[in-house]
Write a new protein. Structure first.
Length: 166
């Protein structure tokens, strides 16, 4: 019997060889799948790190956007405040212009009144001079009349004495 089986592998070896081949094929398939999964894990880790970078960048961009929006709001408030200041300045300028015009009108009126006052002062001085001259003339006239009355009184007294004597 040994001759029959000499040179030939036993069946169980064929079975084991087939199983071994099958195991080798499965192992190779598992190794390929493991390598593929390892590559996929590496890709996903890369994508994950990129996603983290993108998330971090997105967070930074959102923060920058919020800062810009805050700055924009402050600038808009500043613009509104400046617009109000401009409106106030325009109102004040209009009031200033109105007051300047009124001041010019008052200055013109004041010069006119000063001219009238100067004329009145001259007329008053002239009138006072005329009144003083009239008073002096009247005084002189009264003195003359007084002298004439005194002379007439003396004359009357002398006439009365003459008449009495005659």
């Amino acid at each position: 019997m040994q001759d029959l089986w000499a040179g030939r592998k036993p069946l169980w070896r064929d079975y084991l060889d087939g199983k071994w081949v099958h195991q080798c094929i499965l192992l190779a398939a598992y190794q390929e799948e493991a390598e593929r999964l390892h590559k996929r894990v590496t890709e996903l880790e890369c994508v994950s790190s990129q996603a983290n970078v993108v998330h971090t960048h997105k967070t930074e961009l959102n923060q920058t956007i919020q800062e810009f929006e805050s700055t924009l709001k402050k600038k808009e408030e500043e613009i509104e405040r400046l617009k109000q200041e401009i409106d106030s300045a325009r109102e004040l300028q209009a009031q200033r212009d109105s007051l300047t015009q009124k001041l010019q009108e008052v200055e013109i009126r004041n010069k006119d009144l000063e001219g009238q006052l100067s004329d009145l002062e001259q007329r008053l001085e002239k009138s006072q001079n005329e009144q003083e001259a009239f008073h002096n003339n009247l005084k002189t006239l009264f003195e003359n009349l007084d002298g004439k009355i005194f002379e007439l009184t003396e004359l009357r007294d002398n006439l009365a004495k003459l008449i009495e004597r005659s």
